[in-house]
Every structure is written in C-alpha cells, then in structure tokens.
Design a protein around this ligand. Structure first.
Ligand code: NDP
Length: 477
C-alpha cells in the first residue's frame, strides 16, 4: 500500500506510517499515513522559517492564483474528497460533501480577500507628520487541528495564514490525516513555493509538542480539547508567542412555550445528533420551559426513532458511527454516569450492530436532567443530549449561561422580545434563533467565550486579527 508522506521543504518524505481506519467498517484501511518525528517537525519549522522572507513579500496576485486554484480543485473534487472524509471520520456522505464544499468556499473567500489587503493613512496629531497603519504577517504559524472537521478546520486556518503572508507547519489529528494530506497536495501542486506549507502528520505528543517547544514558531492556531488547549497556552506564553484556541462546548438550546414545535424539534435533532454529536457547536443541553416540555420530548423522541444509524457511505444514513473506540467508550461511560446521576434515559443508549463492523451508537436522550449533573456540565462529544426542565424564560437564560463554556447558544421562540433579549444576554460567541446551534457560514467570525475560546475570532475578515501584527509608522514630511 502507498504511504502518504509528509511534505517538508517541498519534498515528500517519511517511511514510518500509521493506518487510517474507517470507523464505519473497521476492516477497511483508508490509507497509510506518515508518522512524523520531532526531528521532522524541527526540519519543517526550519523550512517554513527560511521560506518566510520571500513569501511574506510575494505579490498578492501570486497568492490569489494559488488560493483560487486550491478552492477550484477542492470544489471540482467535492464528491471524491467528501467520500474520503466520510470514510476516515464517519460523518455521512452528504455532510462530508457539504464540509468539502465549505473548505472550497473558504479558499475562494481568502483568494478574494488577498486582493483587498489595505492599510490606513491618517493625519498625525502633530504637524508635518504622516501616519500609516499596516499589517505584517507573523512569521511561521503552527496549525494544530482536531479530528471532527478534517477538511474544513484545516482550510479555515491554512487559507488565511497564506493570504496574509505567513508560512506554515501543519499537524492534523492523527485519526484523520487523509483530507489534510489531500489539501496540502492540492496547494503544493497549485504552485506554493518550497517550505511555505509543510505537513507533519504524527502524534500530538511528538509532532504537536515539538511545535509548542520551538522558539521559531511565531503563532499557534489550535482547535481541539480544553486540556490540550491549556498546554498550547502555557507553552506559548513561555515563548511570548501569539496563540489562538478553539476548544470545547456544552451548548444550550432553549425551547420556550411559544416555540414552533416543528422548528424546535428539527433544530434540536440536527444540532444534538447529526455528525454523531461530534461538533463543538452541538446542542448537548436542551433547556425547555414547562408548558411545552412534554410535547417537545414526545416529538423529539418520535423524531429520533426515524433516524437511521449506519455506515456513513450508505444512502439513507442520518447518523454515522462514533469516530473511534476511545470516543465510543467516553460516550458509553457518560451514559452510565447519567443513569447513576438520576437522569431518565428517554431514548437510545445502546450500541448497534450493522452489516459492517463499526462504532455504532444510538442517539441518546436523557430527560429530567439538572444543569448540575456531569452529563450537563462536561463535554461528551457524542450523540448524548440532556433535557433540562425550567419554569420560564428567565430561568432558561440563567441555566443556558450557567456553564464554563461559551461557544454557541440557541433559542426556539416566536417571541421577538425573548429572541432579542436572548441575543443580547447569551454568554456565547455565536447565537442562533430558531436554528440549530451548529451550522455556520464560512465568511463571518467563528469562535466563543469563557472556556471555549481564547484569542481573536477565526474566519471571514476577522481572521486578520490573529494572522497579522499591526504596525504604526510615522514619517516626517
Ligand atoms: P485533542 O485536544 O485531543 O487534539 C487536538 C489536536 O491536538 C490533535 O491534532 C492532537 O494530536 C493535538 N495534540 C495532542 N496532544 C498535543 C500536545 N501535547 N501538543 C500539541 N498538540 C497536541 O482534541 P480532539 O482531536 O480529540 O478533538 C476534539 C475536541 O476538539 C473536542 O473537545 C471539541 O470540542 C474540540 N473542538 C473544538 C472546536 C471549536 O472550534 N471550538 C471545533 C472542533 C473541535 P493527535 O490527534 O495526534 O493526538
């Protein structure tokens, strides 16, 4: 079997490899992917450092052409890349194709953005002096990504890093190297100069750690768990390095008595269970007022009965497998914790057998949960959702905000007053009204508050805040 190698200083290298396994069919090896070492990472950082002076001064047309070519190729290959994604991560084929299209849109967005780079010229407070405000690239950016969006998250970090003139060392999650390899291959063939984009696949504790330990990495953009995020922060402070963290969530969706029941159920089913609940923006707490509670639970349970859990590649599958055995154990451990804590298992909770061996779990709904239970406070990152009954809107809002996280927060209501108040008072980076908490656009800011995020927002033009450093120049006229 071919080994998909790491890209360091423009050369494909590496002979040690790790198997990438399909979670829908554990007999299937998606491919063999290089297992990089700390030495490989150091070489990649050195290559990125050497490539930085030329790339940071490259013409915007050169950058535009490369980003545009990448976006166009990803779109042209959306079905093939979507299938690769579904096979390595386990989200359904339509979801995986949708994610691939999003990756293409992100490259197209930054291909446009690079042509609009601009500074400001403003008068000085003093006579005969001109002031210019410009943005410089940071230098070598370390990109560390998680397994749950194997093509979109790398795209939303790589595209702006290149657009603003940075060079890159990219380490994808070990579980899902295939889509990352494909993106890097596309950009390499699109004409990126040697060393501008380096790919080092391998273990977080080896490759990721070597990036954290390097004084030559000027910025690290990280998406993943809170635990690893804290390591990134501590190591970055030591090197006086800029860093950006997107971490976990325990996203609430409030359902008020006046909600349109169908809208509320569709939004809850989508954001709680689609992508197997493995989205940082998934709704894992449904906070429901008394008057609609029983109707909502009955309708949501009826909806869950219709959802098909099966091989991600099969047409008709709504929910694919859990990503791997370790995450499946986390999910089933939390289901046991929920039962012991006294929540009522209203639906699911069982492992499923399908034609192909995989990590299949029923969507699982707890009712009669409290916001103090571990299943309501800790991120599970699986298809496990708690319903919390509350008296009224005020208690719902207080419960929604009573969490260490603050990524996305939703409300289902037909009241303009409550929707407006909720948008203003939800302690989250993103607020959804009558929509799932998951599912965002590619051209507007993405990110959260409190324990969910640290540093500037990602995506859209707000991405410039992280990938550039502002310079103010004064000139005597
Ligand atoms: P992890 O934190 O385990 O891994 C994230 C990345 O960090 C992986 O590439 C991992 O490598 C790497 N890593 C692990 N150890 C180190 C280390 N010591 N130094 C540097 N890098 C390291 O998270 P998961 O991949 O399990 O992703 C799931 C988590 O991501 C969830 O908590 C989820 O909420 C969060 N997430 C947040 C999002 C957001 O935008 N807020 C979006 C998507 C996910 P390896 O895989 O090889 O171990």
């Amino acid at each position: 079997m071919t080994i998909y190698q790491n890209l360091i200083a423009g050369e494909w290298i590496g002979s040690d490899a790790t198997k990438n396994i399909n979670p829908s069919d554990t007999n299937e090896v998606v491919g063999l992917y290089a297992d990089g070492s700390a030495e490989d990472t150091k070489n990649a950082i050195a290559a990125a450092k050497a490539a930085f002076p030329a790339w940071s001064r490259s013409g915007i047309w050169e950058r535009h052409v490369i980003l545009k070519k990448a976006g166009d190729e990803i779109m042209a290959r959306k079905d093939e890349l979507g299938a690769l994604l579904a096979r390595e991560e386990g989200k359904t084929l339509p979801e995986a194709i949708g994610e691939t299209i999003r990756a293409s849109q992100i490259f197209e967005f930054f291909a446009g953005e690079v042509l609009r780079l601009a500074g400001e010229t403003i008068p000085s407070a003093r006579p005969n002096i001109g002031v210019e405000i410009t943005r410089d690239p940071l230098g070598v950016i370390g990109i560390i990504t998680p397994w749950n969006f194997p093509i979109a998250i790398p795209a939303w970090k790589i595209a702006p890093a290149l657009c603003y003139g940075n060079t890159i060392v990219f380490k994808p999650a070990e579980l899902v190297p295939a889509c990352s390899w494909a993106i890097v291959d596309i950009l390499h063939r699109a004409g990126l100069p040697k060393g501008v984009l380096n790919l080092v696949m391998g273990k977080g504790s080896v490759v990721g750690q070597a990036m954290l330990d390097s004084p030559d990495v000027a910025g690290i953009t990280f998406t993943g768990s809170t635990g690893t995020g804290k390591r990134v922060a501590a190591a970055s402070l030591e090197h006086n390095r800029k860093f950006q963290l997107e971490m976990g969530g325990k996203n609430p969706m409030v359902v008020l008595d006046d909600a349109d029941l169908n809208v509320a159920v569709e939004a809850a089913a989508n954001s709680g269970f689609f992508s197997t609940g493995q989205r940082c923006t998934a709704s894992s707490r449904l906070i429901v007022t008394e008057g609609i509670h029983d109707k909502f639970v009955a309708a949501l349970t009826a909806k869950l009965e219709t959802l098909v859990v099966d091989n991600a590649m099969k047409s008709g599958t709504h929910i694919g497998p859990v990503v791997d055995e370790k995450q499946l154990k986390t999910d089933t451990d939390y289901i046991e914790i929920g039962k012991k804590e006294g929540a009522k298992l209203a639906f699911g909770g069982e492992l499923l057998k399908r034609d192909t061996p995989g990590f299949y779990l029923q969507p699982t709904l707890f009712t009669e949960a409290t916001n103090q239970m571990r299943i309501s406070r800790e991120e599970i990152f699986g298809p496990v959702v708690s319903v919390i009954r509350v008296k009224d809107y005020e208690e719902a809002l207080a419960t929604a905000n009573d969490t260490p996280f603050g990524l996305s927060s939703g409300i289902a209501t037909t009241s303009l007053k409550h929707a407006t108040h909720f948008k203003r008072n939800a302690e989250a980076g993103m607020v959804m009204v009558n929509l799932p908490t998951a599912g965002v656009d590619f051209h507007v800011p993405f990110g959260g508050r409190k324990g969910s995020s640290y540093g500037p927002r990602e995506q859209g033009k707000y991405a410039a805040e992280f990938y550039t450093s502002v310079k103010t120049s004064y000139t005597l006229a």
